[in-house]
Design a protein around this ligand. Structure first.
Ligand code: SF4
Length: 468
C-alpha cells in the first residue's frame, strides 16, 4: 500500500496531528511518526491509514480517485462575478479614530457618484452573466446616498433572479426613508459596535448623546430586521478589553455572532495604532475570547459564536466553505467579486482601494466607463494560491488555509514574503492550532460549543480519529 504524504505538528495532548493534502486528519503518538518517517509502518498502521482515507493501491483505484476528489473539493473554484461592493460616496457623518475606509467629511463635495457614474454602474451590472447577485453598499456612510441605493436595488431586483443587499452603515442618523429601505427582507445591515460602549464612544461617536442615539438605532434595527443585523467590533491590540465585557456588550443588544478584528493595517488606522505585526498577542487574545464564549454558551440559552473561528472550524471539518473572500485557496483577484469606488474605478478588494488612497500602490482594474482591465489580476493571480508555496506545502493546515495577497502587499510592500514570516500565517497557525485543540478536547463544555459552531448536533467520534 502507498500512503498519501502526511504533514504533522505536535499538539497540546502530547501527540502529533497528521494531515494529508485533501484535509484528512488524525492524531497519533511520536512512535507512529518515527515508524512513518523511517518507512517501518506496521500492518495495524497500514489498516488504520487505509480506513481513514490516506492509503491506496495502484494509481487509478477507487481510493486514489476518492482522494483526488476530496483534494479537488478543497480548492475554491472562482465563479462568475456575483458579488460587488459599491461605494456611492466617501462622505461620512462620523470620524472614527481607526477609520479604514478613507472617508471625507459629510459636507465635502466631489466624493459621490455623479449621474453619469451611476448610469455606468447600472449598465455594467446589466452586462454581468450571473443570475444571482450580492450587492454590498459601503462608504463613507452609504445611507447619505439613499437615492442611489434605492435606484440600484430597484434595478437589481428586476435584472437578477436572486439579489441580496448589505448596507454597511454606522446607524448614526437613520431617517424614516432609510428605515423603510432597511426593513426589506432581502436587505441586511452590517454595522460597527466596538468591544464596549465606552470604547465605542471613545473611538467613534465621541459624546454620550451620539452614543445613545447609535445604541437606540441598533436596538431598533434588531426589532425591525430580525436575523438580518450583524455588528463588528474593532480592537486596538494595545488596549484589549476583557472578553467577558465584550460578550456582555453584544449579548445585551441581542447579537449572537461577532467577528474579532484587530485594527486593520489599512487606511488611516495605521497612522494611529500599532497594526503591523500583532500575531502572537492577538492569538493569545483570540484564545481567551473563545474560552469566554465557551463559558457563556455553557450557561446561556442564547449561544454566541466568533465568526472567523467558526468559519475556520467548518473549513477543517468540511470542504466547500469558500464564501469568505479573505480565506480561500486559490484566492484569485478580479474574478468572483469586485469593488466599484466613488469615482467608478474597479478595485479587486476594499483593502486595495484603501491602499490606492494612501498612495501605496495603484491596483485599479479599469472603471465602469471604460471597462475592466485584467492586467493587474493577471500579474497577481499567478501567486494567488498556497498549493506550491515553499512553507505551506509542509504545513498540516494547508488544505484549510488560504492566501491574502492584498494583506501581504499592504503590510510588507511585496507578495513574495516567506509565508511563515507573514502576519497572515502567524494568525492562521494560531487559529488552526486552537481549532484542533478544541475538536479533540474531551471537556463537555468545549464539545458543546464546537458542535454548535460547526452546525452539528454533536461531534461524532468518527470525525476525530486517533491512532495508537
Ligand atoms: S499560511 Fe501558514 S498556516 Fe496557512 S497553510 Fe501556509 S504555512 Fe500553514
Amino acid at each position: 500500500m502507498d500512503v498519501m504524504p502526511l504533514k504533522f505538528r505536535p499538539t497540546p495532548s502530547g501527540r502529533f496531528l497528521f494531515c494529508d493534502d485533501a484535509g484528512g486528519f488524525f492524531e497519533a503518538p511520536q512512535e507512529f511518526l518515527e515508524r512513518y518517517a523511517e518507512g517501518r509502518l506496521t500492518g495495524d498502521d497500514e489498516r488504520f491509514l487505509e480506513s481513514n482515507g490516506h492509503g491506496f493501491g495502484r494509481p487509478g483505484d477507487l481510493r486514489f480517485q476518492a482522494f483526488g476528489y476530496r483534494w479537488a473539493r478543497r480548492l475554491h473554484v472562482p465563479t462568475q462575478l456575483d458579488y460587488v461592493i459599491l461605494v456611492p460616496t466617501l462622505r461620512c457623518n462620523l470620524a472614527c479614530s481607526y477609520c479604514q475606509v478613507s472617508r471625507v467629511n459629510e459636507s465635502t463635495p466631489g466624493h459621490d457618484w455623479d449621474r453619469r457614474t451611476l448610469q455606468a454602474v447600472i449598465h455594467w451590472l446589466d452586462g454581468l452573466h450571473t443570475e444571482k447577485i450580492k450587492i454590498e453598499f459601503q462608504g463613507g456612510e452609504p445611507l447619505l446616498r439613499l437615492d442611489v441605493l434605492q435606484e440600484i436595488r430597484e434595478f437589481a431586483r428586476q435584472r437578477f433572479a436572486t439579489a441580496e443587499f448589505v448596507v454597511c452603515t454606522n446607524l448614526q442618523d437613520v431617517n424614516e426613508g432609510a428605515w423603510e429601505f432597511l426593513s426589506s427582507v432581502d436587505t441586511f445591515i452590517s454595522t460597527s459596535l466596538d468591544p464596549t460602549v465606552a470604547l465605542h464612544k471613545r473611538n467613534r461617536t465621541g459624546t454620550e448623546g451620539l452614543t445613545a442615539r447609535f445604541l437606540a438605532n441598533l436596538d431598533k434595527a434588531q426589532d425591525l430586521c430580525p436575523g438580518r443585523v450583524s455588528a463588528l467590533p474593532t480592537f486596538d491590540p494595545d488596549a484589549l478589553p476583557d472578553p467577558e465585557a465584550v460578550v456582555a456588550t453584544y449579548a445585551s443588544h441581542g447579537l449572537q455572532s461577532l467577528f474579532l478584528r484587530p485594527v486593520n493595517h489599512q487606511g488611516f488606522a495605521r497612522k494611529r495604532f500599532r497594526t503591523r505585526d500583532v500575531g502572537s498577542a492577538w492569538n493569545d487574545y483570540v484564545r481567551r475570547f473563545i474560552f469566554a464564549l465557551i463559558e457563556h454558551n455553557a450557561a446561556s440559552s442564547t449561544p454566541m459564536e466568533e465568526f472567523y473561528f467558526s468559519h475556520c472550524l467548518r473549513r477543517v471539518l468540511l470542504s466547500g466553505h469558500d464564501g469568505h473572500v479573505d480565506l480561500r485557496n486559490p484566492n484569485t483577484l478580479g474574478t468572483s467579486y469586485l469593488v466599484v469606488d466613488h469615482d467608478g474605478s474597479f478595485y479587486p478588494t476594499d483593502e486595495a482601494r484603501m491602499m490606492g488612497r494612501l498612495g501605496q500602490i495603484d491596483l485599479r482594474m479599469g472603471n465602469v466607463h471604460e471597462g475592466f482591465d485584467p492586467a493587474i489580476a493577471k500579474a497577481m493571480n499567478a501567486e494567488s494560491l498556497n498549493t506550491f508555496d515553499a512553507d505551506c506545502i509542509h504545513c498540516p493546515y494547508q488544505a484549510f488555509c488560504g492566501i491574502d495577497l492584498i494583506d501581504d502587499l499592504s503590510r510588507y510592500g511585496r507578495i513574495d514574503m516567506p509565508r511563515h514570516e507573514t502576519d497572515f500565517c502567524k494568525r492562521h497557525l494560531g487559529i488552526f492550532d486552537l481549532v484542533f485543540e478544541l475538536i479533540y478536547s474531551e471537556d463537555e463544555k468545549v464539545r458543546k460549543s464546537v458542535a454548535l459552531w460547526a452546525g452539528l448536533e454533536r461531534l461524532e467520534p468518527e470525525l476525530l480519529r486517533v491512532h495508537s
